[in-house]
Ligand binder design. Sequence first.
Ligand code: C2E
Ligand code: MG
Ligand code: MG
Ligand code: MG
Length: 272
Amino acid sequence: RAKAEGRGTHRFFEPAMDVAIQARRTVEIDLRTALAEQHFALAFQPFLGLSGDRIAGFEALLRWHHPVRGVVSPAAFVPVAEETGMIVPLGEWVLRQACREAARWPEGVRVSVNLSPVQFRGGDIDAVVIAALRDAGLDPRRLELEITEGVLLQDSESTLAILHRLKRLGVRIAMDDFGTGYSSLGYLRAFPFDKIKIDRSFVADLSVRPDALAIVRAVTTLADSLGMTTTAEGVETEEQLAHLRAAGCTEVQGYLISRPVPADAVAPMLGA
Ligand code: C2E
Ligand code: MG
Ligand code: MG
Ligand code: MG
């Protein structure tokens, strides 16, 4: 309608809401193209088991290799992918790709995949996971799914039922970014997580704020008594690592151990 006026004036007079919708639509089209043209890749960041100091697994982290913008971080496009529903096909691609890569790693090494709450809304995410495992020939016990409390927030019994079905198959379920939400303790009662990922904001404060250390200690003790393991995110210094060891954390992950690396750098890290 306003096309005749030229693009500049059109944008200038458009209400802010319309501009936002336009921008989102543009990103949606970009995401669709990127998926079709294989501009997405996974980076893998190891997590280290503290008993034995061995790499226990790798978290798959989505990267968008944009032809113009370069590497785009998930923080910039996952929210749009969620709003537009594009996270559903994109998330399935991540699952399939991560399982396929992990099937090439040594037996004991796990892979973890981040799932968006939106991926649970269709009610068939368990079928998608099962198909990805089967097609890759990956043992379900080597797959971990990282969910945030947003997944349990939309509650619905179907979400819990799906998680229980996956858990029964041997898939491990991790609570990501623990401590950043509102009622994390309630969620620990709602579902028997295998692993709790302590948010990196607590890890960052470990050396400077005594309360952070107290919280990390309390979480590891709590996890322990609930039969859950703990992974500390965002470990960047030796001092933080020493605190986490002393606190009895199960695993650590962060730039101190390694930044996320391309898929073909995983085997060399495992000495394979
Ligand atoms: P997350 O799952 O909590 O992942 C941890 C983020 O912290 C990653 O950022 C990782 O690169 C970064 N990180 C790791 N170690 C350190 C450290 O020592 N210091 C600092 N400052 N940062 C560290 P990334 O890759 O940009 O991912 C950001 C978020 O995007 C993830 O947070 C996750 O919520 C989301 N995400 C990534 N990949 C996927 C995906 O495939 N699907 C979905 N739904 N979300 C994804
Ligand atoms: Mg994660
Ligand atoms: Mg996290
Ligand atoms: Mg995080």
